[in-house]
Design a protein. Sequence first.
Length: 152
Amino acid sequence: MSKNKIEDIYNFLKISDTIATSGQPTQEQFQVIKGAGYEVIVNLALPESPNALKDEKQIVESKDMQYVHIPVVWKKPTLENVTEFFSVMEGNADKQVFVHCAANMRVSAFMYLYRRLHEGISDEDAKKDLQKIWIPNEIWQNFIEQVISIKK
């Protein structure tokens, strides 16, 4: 199977003209991401996550893209994690940003929150993209509700 289209990246989801998300890209797929015009890569996975690339920062930077790593523990996402994510997204609002984790589950939850709280998108619309990837488990649903109650 060909892996030279951006849509071939595991759990790829285009959110807008400037934001796309996915699970862990392969080393070769970062060239595809660059070719699609993305300038900033945000990684929410841990270094020990499945399929993590130990030299991802160097791979991304060698392609003249900015790399931001916000390691989010799967069973314990924090307010600090999501606040840092919001800051990175706001600081790069004028750029094309590609956000990934291991399976696009952490990312889809963070994007749901970002779109609701920072872009003013309705719960219904933001939830459609979230649920294309997964229905958050209890840990993540509680986290989402906590963030919304604090950040509103």
